[in-house]
Design a protein. Sequence first.
Length: 366
Amino acid sequence: MRWILLIGLIFYWNCGFAQKILEQRTLSTSLIYHHGLSVPKTPELNYLIQDKLSAKELRIGIHPNPNKSWINQYSVSEIGIAYYQGSLGSDEVLGEINSIYPYITFRLSNWKNLNLFTSIGTGIGIVSKPFHPVENYANKLIGSKYNAHVNLNFQLEYELDPFSLIGGIYFSHISNGSTKHPNSGFNYITSNIGVSIDWGKRKKIRKVDILYPKLDNEFFFISNHAFKEKSANDPHTYYVSNLSTGYLWGINSKHRLGFGIDLFYDESINRGDWNLSPETDFENRIYQGIFIGHDFVFSRLSFSAQVGVYTYYQSKPASSSLYNRLAFRYKINKHLLINLGLKAYLDQSDYIEFGIGYYFNKTKKS
């Protein structure tokens, strides 16, 4: 997952380049074929991956008016929904995945009929053969039928109007966020080729340059909650909560940088045997950490990436003293927000968290 995060941050920071005049139709349909390989985390899992991965994908999208607010600001080329069906490298043990997810595509650059895009999508993936202690104990990667499926795509397109030839590379990750073990996750890379057809009347649109103001500085306080499993050998589900507060500086019209403090409560910490005896006291379930972070802002919606370190604990962290968080935050009104995030230890998921928060902006003086 680290490589998805790294490439994703580079993509987020640099998206937004586009030509001044666009010619586009309203709707788009794409058929894409994928062929690639998995990236197991540990060498002992290589024996599971017997074949190359292959998949088919259907995308249906719309081309929004580029002069509408954030569509203009972020050079959004297409918004749509995708259906993905493919193998996972071992039909007998891992089976296949069927996914459906929304996606958003950004135009990075163009040279006459040749365009460079990047897109990201995330949704639900159904794995046909998850881990089962009796029927499928060899699958040490994925413990649940329903998983998050995240895709990052870089793609070249050659326009032949109304058809386009497309090709590129996908980076994908499948995980359930430790809601059920095992959860080593599944990473893979595929190259792809396909064809796209645009529908509707072709329109020539002049992209208007707009100077967007710098984002205000912001203070936030969020209460998150989650449930997780500790291991495949422990059948219990544990409650986890987190209080997170921080301050963010607006550095331009799209990005904020900041820092903050986390306070964690984790019932799964050092619980002794699987039957919960002896039970760890309250103080040993408390962790405190500090973090630095970056927010990529789409109007009311923001994508947050944080890296933190534990600075206080009684029970030593099981994985690492460093942790990271990826989250989507949506502002309900001018003071309340909701949060959906993934806390992890680099490439090892810890849990998926849901929360509600309070924020206020500090307006910059002229």
